[in-house]
Write a protein that binds this ligand. Structure first.
Ligand SMILES: Nc1ncnc2c1ncn2[C@@H]1O[C@H](COP(=O)(O)OP(=O)(O)OP(=O)(O)O)[C@@H](O)[C@H]1O
Length: 219
């Protein structure tokens, strides 16, 4: 599904943040992406979301060499990806329900066809009573769960999540992890960036470890 070959990334004239990254993210796989703060996890997720271009190397996403993809085609490819940003990126003028339903609305689906699914997912992530709230009145943990629900609702082929349990307590983190696993069981490849060891210790999954810009893979 995804292939990186000798990929390097630097911001402007700065040092190379990621170096010689060669790896695959297979279809339907589940992996954690970890490494110290500043190691480059978010940067790697941005490469995977095609919001950054590598400074060298080859990236293939969904069988397309992304260097050859015109920028006008990127939104269409990105629709195959669900992403949870570290800063959530909810739209403040839309309710929690409307934020989560957005990927479905963009596809032109009528609300009657997804209303129940959205409400059920919101209930599952503990936001059953926040359906009509606007993001500015949500807590950090509530925003995070809304962002997760939005990333999952359309059952993407690939899910990218940046510290998705950073703002919730351990029981909720466990619940969210089980949600990611369920999505994976249904066929989504999942990449979770985290430095939460207790989260990673909850299951035997592939670990992609970034150290000084280089990647090591275990499992
Ligand atoms: N837009 C940018 N311009 C210049 N340097 C950047 C930019 N974004 C990130 N960096 C630098 O790239 C390095 C990797 O940052 P990145 O955010 O990818 O790390 P991270 O592993 O996600 O960190 P954290 O766990 O703290 O979120 C850091 O040294 C950071 O300062």
């Amino acid at each position: 599904m995804i292939h990186f070959e000798n990929v390097g990334l630097r911001y402007g004239m700065g040092p190379e943040i990621l170096r010689d990254l060669t790896f695959d993210v297979p279809d339907r796989s589940f992996q954690f992406l970890t490494g110290a703060s500043g190691a480059g996890k978010t940067t790697l997720l941005k490469l995977l979301f095609m919001s950054l271009r590598p400074t060298r190397g080859l990236i293939t996403m969904f069988d397309r060499d992304i260097a050859m993809v015109p920028s006008g085609d990127l939104p269409m490819l990105r629709r195959r990806i669900g992403i949870v940003f570290q800063d959530f990126r909810l739209l403040d003028h839309l309710t929690t329900f409307e934020n989560v339903a957005l990927p479905l609305r963009v596809r032109g689906r009528p609300e009657s066809s997804y209303r129940r699914d959205v409400v059920e997912l919101l209930e599952w992530v503990g936001l059953g009573d926040r359906v009509n709230a606007l993001p500015p009145v949500l807590s950090g943990g509530e925003k995070q769960r809304a962002a997760i629900a939005r990333a999952l609702i359309d059952r993407p082929e690939l899910l990218l999540a940046d510290e998705p349990t950073g703002n919730v307590d351990p029981p909720m983190a466990k619940r969210l992890l089980s949600l990611f696993l369920e999505l994976n069981r249904l066929g989504t490849a999942v990449v979770i960036a985290t430095h939460d060891l207790s989260l990673m210790d909850q299951l035997e999954a592939r670990r992609m470890i970034l150290t000084h810009g280089r990647l090591e893979i275990h499992g």
